[in-house]
Design a protein around this ligand. Sequence first.
Ligand SMILES: Nc1ncnc2c1ncn2[C@@H]1O[C@H](COP(=O)(O)OP(=O)(O)OP(=O)(O)O)[C@@H](O)[C@H]1O
Ligand SMILES: [Mg+2]
Length: 225
Amino acid sequence: MSDQSEQSIGGNEQPLYLDWNNSIDVLDKAFENGLFALIIGPKGTGKTSLVREYAIQKSRELESINFSLRTRESHLVGTKNLVDGNIGFDEGILVKSMKEGNILYLDEINAAEADVLLRLDEALDDRRQIILKESDGKVIKAKDSWFVIATINPLTHVGTKELPPQLLSRFPVRIRLDYIAFAKLLESGVSAKESAKTVFGNVYSQWGNVEFQKVNDIIASMFGS
Ligand SMILES: Nc1ncnc2c1ncn2[C@@H]1O[C@H](COP(=O)(O)OP(=O)(O)OP(=O)(O)O)[C@@H](O)[C@H]1O
Ligand SMILES: [Mg+2]
């Protein structure tokens, strides 16, 4: 949400989210049925944009974590702290989102280590609860409004593992985003130039500004500027 306001303050034109495959509705149905969702797609296919747009449209709080090999259980669950001689507990993002009933966005979940995934799996099963061994075995139960959306990038191989089938099964609703979005956008009446910019321009930006500029020049030369 803050991204959007920052961009408009900066005077940049905020790209409208184009829901070319009705993903917002699919997410909503998943939520209404108490099912978690997995968004599968390579870099730049709009996974993050979709989740942000969904949260905006539903006016819901979003808690996000981007997984890497350095993500620890403590980031998810929390850690004990000591304040004025009293032992307390700093809640991690998972515990916080369960208690508040927010949307939890688990980005690039397939980059997480096995112990981290195991802990997630505990919270994601039907009981929707987690036992805090870090805090005297306290049981945290998720609110009904708790909703989890994860993403995986099927083309990333470095630092990425296959998700264990058991964890995959916690996300029965799957949304695939792909570069085929270009064709879909065209079909839905978006101009060829806008479609190319949305899909390919943004894909190339991951290799840096020079590549991004090159592809934008190509798009401009093909479709006119
Ligand atoms: N459906 C869409 N409508 C409008 N803009 C889009 C759409 N999909 C992607 N974009 C634009 O493409 C860019 C990349 O999208 P985004 O960051 O959401 O992709 P991602 O799949 O999360 O990528 P990564 O794997 O790198 O995290 C953003 O600038 C976003 O605004
Ligand atoms: Mg992303």
